[in-house]
Design a protein around this ligand. Structure first.
Ligand SMILES: [Zn+2]
Length: 352
Protein backbone atom coordinates (compact mmCIF):
# COMPACT_ATOMS: atom_id res chain seq x y z
CA UNK A 1 0.00 0.00 0.00
CA UNK A 2 1.35 3.38 -0.99
CA UNK A 3 0.50 5.88 1.72
CA UNK A 4 1.30 9.39 0.55
CA UNK A 5 2.28 12.02 3.09
CA UNK A 6 -0.89 13.82 2.13
CA UNK A 7 -3.05 10.77 2.87
CA UNK A 8 -1.18 10.21 6.14
CA UNK A 9 -1.84 13.81 7.09
CA UNK A 10 -5.58 13.27 6.61
CA UNK A 11 -5.59 10.47 9.18
CA UNK A 12 -6.42 11.57 12.73
CA UNK A 13 -3.26 10.48 14.53
CA UNK A 14 -1.99 10.31 18.10
CA UNK A 15 1.62 11.17 18.85
CA UNK A 16 3.38 10.08 22.03
CA UNK A 17 7.01 11.10 21.47
CA UNK A 18 7.20 14.73 20.50
CA UNK A 19 9.64 17.34 21.82
CA UNK A 20 7.83 20.66 21.98
CA UNK A 21 10.99 22.72 21.45
CA UNK A 22 12.01 20.57 18.46
CA UNK A 23 8.62 20.73 16.76
CA UNK A 24 8.08 24.46 16.23
CA UNK A 25 9.28 25.64 12.81
CA UNK A 26 12.22 28.00 12.50
CA UNK A 27 9.87 30.54 10.97
CA UNK A 28 7.65 30.48 14.07
CA UNK A 29 10.69 30.65 16.36
CA UNK A 30 11.87 33.79 14.57
CA UNK A 31 8.41 35.32 14.86
CA UNK A 32 8.41 34.66 18.61
CA UNK A 33 11.97 36.00 18.92
CA UNK A 34 11.04 39.19 17.08
CA UNK A 35 7.85 39.80 19.04
CA UNK A 36 9.73 39.39 22.31
CA UNK A 37 12.80 41.37 21.26
CA UNK A 38 15.07 38.42 21.90
CA UNK A 39 17.74 37.55 19.33
CA UNK A 40 18.33 33.93 18.31
CA UNK A 41 21.84 33.31 19.61
CA UNK A 42 24.47 30.58 19.45
CA UNK A 43 26.29 29.57 22.67
CA UNK A 44 29.17 31.79 21.43
CA UNK A 45 26.84 34.80 21.28
CA UNK A 46 26.54 35.02 17.48
CA UNK A 47 23.13 36.07 16.26
CA UNK A 48 21.32 33.77 13.83
CA UNK A 49 19.41 36.01 11.43
CA UNK A 50 17.43 33.61 9.24
CA UNK A 51 15.75 30.23 9.28
CA UNK A 52 18.46 28.82 7.04
CA UNK A 53 21.22 30.13 9.32
CA UNK A 54 19.40 28.54 12.25
CA UNK A 55 19.09 25.16 10.50
CA UNK A 56 22.74 25.30 9.44
CA UNK A 57 23.69 25.92 13.06
CA UNK A 58 21.53 23.00 14.29
CA UNK A 59 23.05 20.64 11.72
CA UNK A 60 26.53 21.81 12.73
CA UNK A 61 29.29 19.37 11.83
CA UNK A 62 26.65 16.70 11.11
CA UNK A 63 23.52 15.18 12.62
CA UNK A 64 25.45 12.03 13.55
CA UNK A 65 26.92 13.75 16.63
CA UNK A 66 23.70 15.58 17.50
CA UNK A 67 22.63 13.45 20.44
CA UNK A 68 25.97 13.83 22.20
CA UNK A 69 25.83 17.63 21.80
CA UNK A 70 22.06 18.04 22.00
CA UNK A 71 22.14 20.75 24.66
CA UNK A 72 24.31 22.99 22.43
CA UNK A 73 22.25 22.25 19.32
CA UNK A 74 19.10 23.37 21.11
CA UNK A 75 20.80 26.45 22.58
CA UNK A 76 19.18 29.09 20.31
CA UNK A 77 15.69 27.70 21.07
CA UNK A 78 16.30 27.25 24.79
CA UNK A 79 17.85 30.70 25.03
CA UNK A 80 14.71 32.15 23.44
CA UNK A 81 12.49 30.31 25.93
CA UNK A 82 13.75 31.98 29.11
CA UNK A 83 10.55 33.93 29.81
CA UNK A 84 7.02 32.81 30.61
CA UNK A 85 5.69 34.61 27.50
CA UNK A 86 8.03 32.87 25.07
CA UNK A 87 7.41 29.44 26.62
CA UNK A 88 3.65 29.94 26.36
CA UNK A 89 3.97 31.07 22.76
CA UNK A 90 6.15 28.06 21.84
CA UNK A 91 3.60 25.77 23.54
CA UNK A 92 0.67 27.25 21.60
CA UNK A 93 2.67 27.22 18.38
CA UNK A 94 3.51 23.54 18.91
CA UNK A 95 -0.21 22.77 18.92
CA UNK A 96 -0.64 24.62 15.65
CA UNK A 97 2.13 22.51 14.10
CA UNK A 98 0.47 19.31 15.34
CA UNK A 99 -2.90 20.36 13.92
CA UNK A 100 -1.26 20.96 10.53
CA UNK A 101 0.24 17.44 10.69
CA UNK A 102 -3.17 15.83 11.34
CA UNK A 103 -2.46 15.00 14.98
CA UNK A 104 -5.58 14.98 17.18
CA UNK A 105 -3.95 13.84 20.42
CA UNK A 106 -0.39 14.66 21.41
CA UNK A 107 1.82 14.21 24.42
CA UNK A 108 4.34 17.05 24.16
CA UNK A 109 7.48 16.96 26.25
CA UNK A 110 10.14 19.43 27.34
CA UNK A 111 12.87 19.69 30.00
CA UNK A 112 12.13 22.65 32.30
CA UNK A 113 15.57 22.63 33.95
CA UNK A 114 17.02 24.49 30.94
CA UNK A 115 14.72 27.48 31.37
CA UNK A 116 15.95 28.95 34.63
CA UNK A 117 18.86 31.09 33.35
CA UNK A 118 17.00 34.37 33.77
CA UNK A 119 15.20 33.77 37.02
CA UNK A 120 12.28 31.48 36.23
CA UNK A 121 11.91 28.48 38.50
CA UNK A 122 11.47 24.96 37.14
CA UNK A 123 7.87 25.19 38.36
CA UNK A 124 7.30 28.50 36.50
CA UNK A 125 8.58 26.92 33.30
CA UNK A 126 6.24 23.92 33.66
CA UNK A 127 3.24 26.11 34.44
CA UNK A 128 3.93 28.39 31.46
CA UNK A 129 4.25 25.43 29.11
CA UNK A 130 1.03 23.87 30.41
CA UNK A 131 -0.72 27.21 29.81
CA UNK A 132 0.68 27.46 26.29
CA UNK A 133 -0.48 23.93 25.44
CA UNK A 134 -3.94 24.61 26.87
CA UNK A 135 -4.22 27.81 24.85
CA UNK A 136 -3.16 25.99 21.68
CA UNK A 137 -5.46 23.05 22.44
CA UNK A 138 -8.45 25.35 22.61
CA UNK A 139 -7.46 27.32 19.54
CA UNK A 140 -6.66 24.38 17.27
CA UNK A 141 -8.91 21.67 18.68
CA UNK A 142 -6.08 19.24 19.40
CA UNK A 143 -6.02 17.42 22.73
CA UNK A 144 -2.68 17.59 24.55
CA UNK A 145 -0.97 16.27 27.65
CA UNK A 146 2.36 17.41 29.02
CA UNK A 147 5.33 15.18 29.78
CA UNK A 148 8.11 16.71 31.86
CA UNK A 149 11.62 15.50 31.03
CA UNK A 150 14.89 15.41 32.90
CA UNK A 151 18.05 16.27 30.93
CA UNK A 152 20.18 13.23 31.79
CA UNK A 153 23.58 14.96 31.64
CA UNK A 154 22.56 16.81 34.83
CA UNK A 155 22.94 15.55 38.39
CA UNK A 156 20.64 13.07 40.10
CA UNK A 157 19.71 15.93 42.40
CA UNK A 158 18.51 18.13 39.52
CA UNK A 159 16.53 15.11 38.34
CA UNK A 160 14.77 14.90 41.67
CA UNK A 161 14.04 18.62 41.62
CA UNK A 162 12.45 18.27 38.19
CA UNK A 163 10.39 15.27 39.38
CA UNK A 164 9.11 17.16 42.42
CA UNK A 165 8.26 20.25 40.37
CA UNK A 166 6.39 18.07 37.86
CA UNK A 167 4.35 16.55 40.69
CA UNK A 168 3.66 19.93 42.31
CA UNK A 169 2.53 21.44 39.00
CA UNK A 170 -0.37 18.97 38.73
CA UNK A 171 -0.19 19.54 35.01
CA UNK A 172 2.14 16.76 33.89
CA UNK A 173 0.98 13.22 33.09
CA UNK A 174 4.42 11.64 33.07
CA UNK A 175 8.14 11.98 33.73
CA UNK A 176 10.71 11.34 30.99
CA UNK A 177 14.48 11.10 30.77
CA UNK A 178 16.16 12.55 27.65
CA UNK A 179 19.42 14.02 26.39
CA UNK A 180 22.89 12.47 25.93
CA UNK A 181 22.40 8.79 26.76
CA UNK A 182 26.01 7.60 26.61
CA UNK A 183 27.46 7.65 30.12
CA UNK A 184 24.09 8.61 31.63
CA UNK A 185 22.18 5.36 32.16
CA UNK A 186 18.63 5.50 33.55
CA UNK A 187 19.58 4.16 37.00
CA UNK A 188 21.39 7.45 37.68
CA UNK A 189 17.90 8.91 38.18
CA UNK A 190 16.33 6.02 40.09
CA UNK A 191 15.31 8.23 42.99
CA UNK A 192 13.62 10.85 40.79
CA UNK A 193 11.53 8.16 39.12
CA UNK A 194 10.68 6.52 42.45
CA UNK A 195 9.37 9.87 43.65
CA UNK A 196 7.41 10.42 40.42
CA UNK A 197 5.80 6.96 40.43
CA UNK A 198 5.00 7.31 44.12
CA UNK A 199 2.98 10.43 43.33
CA UNK A 200 1.10 8.74 40.49
CA UNK A 201 3.01 10.07 37.49
CA UNK A 202 3.48 7.73 34.55
CA UNK A 203 6.97 6.96 33.29
CA UNK A 204 8.43 7.01 29.80
CA UNK A 205 12.18 6.94 29.22
CA UNK A 206 14.48 7.53 26.24
CA UNK A 207 16.37 4.24 26.22
CA UNK A 208 18.45 2.43 23.64
CA UNK A 209 18.84 5.36 21.24
CA UNK A 210 22.53 6.24 21.61
CA UNK A 211 24.02 4.55 24.66
CA UNK A 212 27.31 3.87 22.86
CA UNK A 213 26.88 0.18 22.04
CA UNK A 214 24.14 -2.30 21.25
CA UNK A 215 24.78 -4.00 24.56
CA UNK A 216 24.31 -0.78 26.54
CA UNK A 217 21.30 0.20 24.41
CA UNK A 218 19.63 -3.07 25.42
CA UNK A 219 20.74 -2.73 29.04
CA UNK A 220 19.18 0.74 29.25
CA UNK A 221 15.86 -0.51 27.88
CA UNK A 222 15.89 -3.33 30.42
CA UNK A 223 16.74 -1.01 33.33
CA UNK A 224 14.12 1.52 32.25
CA UNK A 225 11.49 -1.19 32.53
CA UNK A 226 12.66 -3.26 35.50
CA UNK A 227 14.16 -0.58 37.74
CA UNK A 228 12.50 2.67 36.70
CA UNK A 229 9.02 1.27 36.10
CA UNK A 230 8.70 2.69 32.58
CA UNK A 231 5.34 1.94 30.97
CA UNK A 232 6.80 3.21 27.71
CA UNK A 233 10.28 3.50 26.26
CA UNK A 234 11.46 5.88 23.55
CA UNK A 235 13.54 4.53 20.62
CA UNK A 236 14.79 1.07 21.76
CA UNK A 237 16.57 0.85 18.40
CA UNK A 238 18.09 -2.61 18.95
CA UNK A 239 15.07 -4.17 20.64
CA UNK A 240 14.37 -6.72 17.89
CA UNK A 241 17.87 -8.18 18.29
CA UNK A 242 17.12 -9.51 21.79
CA UNK A 243 14.52 -12.22 22.08
CA UNK A 244 14.70 -12.06 25.85
CA UNK A 245 14.06 -8.30 25.91
CA UNK A 246 11.20 -8.60 23.42
CA UNK A 247 9.62 -11.12 25.80
CA UNK A 248 10.06 -8.75 28.73
CA UNK A 249 8.56 -5.79 26.82
CA UNK A 250 5.59 -7.93 25.80
CA UNK A 251 5.09 -9.45 29.26
CA UNK A 252 5.02 -6.01 30.87
CA UNK A 253 2.88 -4.50 28.07
CA UNK A 254 5.45 -1.74 27.58
CA UNK A 255 4.67 0.52 24.63
CA UNK A 256 7.59 1.38 22.36
CA UNK A 257 7.76 4.91 20.92
CA UNK A 258 9.79 4.52 17.74
CA UNK A 259 11.21 7.48 15.82
CA UNK A 260 12.45 6.11 12.47
CA UNK A 261 13.18 9.37 10.63
CA UNK A 262 14.93 10.85 13.66
CA UNK A 263 17.07 7.70 13.94
CA UNK A 264 17.82 7.88 10.23
CA UNK A 265 18.79 11.57 10.29
CA UNK A 266 20.97 11.07 13.36
CA UNK A 267 22.58 8.07 11.62
CA UNK A 268 21.60 5.62 14.33
CA UNK A 269 20.16 3.39 11.59
CA UNK A 270 20.73 3.15 7.83
CA UNK A 271 17.15 2.35 6.85
CA UNK A 272 13.77 2.35 8.67
CA UNK A 273 13.91 -1.43 8.15
CA UNK A 274 16.82 -1.72 10.59
CA UNK A 275 14.26 -1.24 13.39
CA UNK A 276 12.52 -4.46 12.30
CA UNK A 277 9.13 -2.97 13.10
CA UNK A 278 7.44 -5.81 11.19
CA UNK A 279 8.95 -8.44 13.48
CA UNK A 280 8.11 -6.44 16.58
CA UNK A 281 4.48 -6.09 15.49
CA UNK A 282 4.35 -9.84 14.78
CA UNK A 283 5.70 -10.44 18.28
CA UNK A 284 2.82 -8.41 19.68
CA UNK A 285 4.88 -5.40 20.74
CA UNK A 286 2.95 -2.14 20.94
CA UNK A 287 5.10 -0.07 18.55
CA UNK A 288 3.98 3.44 17.68
CA UNK A 289 5.44 5.91 15.15
CA UNK A 290 6.66 9.33 16.26
CA UNK A 291 8.47 12.37 14.88
CA UNK A 292 10.76 13.34 17.80
CA UNK A 293 12.10 16.77 16.62
CA UNK A 294 10.62 17.37 13.15
CA UNK A 295 11.59 21.05 12.90
CA UNK A 296 15.28 20.28 13.06
CA UNK A 297 15.47 18.45 9.73
CA UNK A 298 13.52 18.34 6.46
CA UNK A 299 10.49 16.06 5.90
CA UNK A 300 10.32 14.73 9.40
CA UNK A 301 6.71 15.35 10.40
CA UNK A 302 4.59 12.50 11.68
CA UNK A 303 2.80 12.18 8.33
CA UNK A 304 6.21 11.79 6.64
CA UNK A 305 7.11 9.10 9.19
CA UNK A 306 3.95 7.09 8.46
CA UNK A 307 4.45 7.42 4.72
CA UNK A 308 8.13 6.42 4.75
CA UNK A 309 7.64 3.47 7.13
CA UNK A 310 4.69 2.06 5.15
CA UNK A 311 6.71 2.38 1.96
CA UNK A 312 9.96 0.90 3.40
CA UNK A 313 8.18 -2.16 4.82
CA UNK A 314 5.48 -2.47 2.18
CA UNK A 315 2.91 -2.23 4.95
CA UNK A 316 -0.79 -2.49 4.11
CA UNK A 317 -3.91 -1.28 5.87
CA UNK A 318 -3.62 -3.87 8.62
CA UNK A 319 -0.16 -2.73 9.77
CA UNK A 320 -1.09 0.92 9.31
CA UNK A 321 -4.10 0.47 11.59
CA UNK A 322 -2.05 -1.42 14.16
CA UNK A 323 0.62 1.29 14.27
CA UNK A 324 -1.94 4.11 14.47
CA UNK A 325 -4.03 2.32 17.11
CA UNK A 326 -0.93 1.42 19.13
CA UNK A 327 -0.30 5.15 19.60
CA UNK A 328 -3.79 5.61 21.03
CA UNK A 329 -3.49 2.48 23.18
CA UNK A 330 -0.14 3.63 24.60
CA UNK A 331 -1.38 7.13 25.44
CA UNK A 332 -1.49 8.27 29.07
CA UNK A 333 -5.28 8.76 28.99
CA UNK A 334 -8.31 6.78 30.15
CA UNK A 335 -9.75 3.77 28.34
CA UNK A 336 -12.97 5.54 27.39
CA UNK A 337 -11.07 8.33 25.67
CA UNK A 338 -8.88 5.81 23.83
CA UNK A 339 -11.97 4.01 22.56
CA UNK A 340 -13.54 7.21 21.24
CA UNK A 341 -10.35 8.34 19.52
CA UNK A 342 -9.81 4.94 17.89
CA UNK A 343 -13.39 4.96 16.65
CA UNK A 344 -12.78 8.33 14.97
CA UNK A 345 -9.54 7.03 13.48
CA UNK A 346 -11.27 3.97 12.00
CA UNK A 347 -13.99 6.09 10.44
CA UNK A 348 -11.41 8.38 8.85
CA UNK A 349 -9.31 5.45 7.59
CA UNK A 350 -12.34 3.89 5.89
CA UNK A 351 -12.65 7.10 3.88
CA UNK A 352 -9.05 7.01 2.64
ZN1 LIG B 1 13.14 12.09 21.90
Amino acid sequence: MLLSTRAARALPKAELHSHIDGSVSARELFRIAKENHRPMLTPGGDELRSSSAFLRYVEGGGYDTMLETIVDRFFPIINLMQTEETIRDVGASFMRAKKADGVVYVEGRFAPQYHTKEGMSIGDAIRSMAEGLAEGAEKYGVHANLIVAIGRESSARTGEEVARAAIASRSAVALDLGGPEEGNPPEKFAKAFDVARGAGLKVTIHAGEGAGSRRQNLANVRTAITRMGAGRVGHAIDLASSRELVSLVRAKSVAVEMNPISNLVLRKIRSPKDLRIDQLLDAGIRVSLNSDDPSLWPEGELSDVYSSVCSAYGFGEKELDTLAENAYMGAFIGDREKELLIKDYRKARQRL
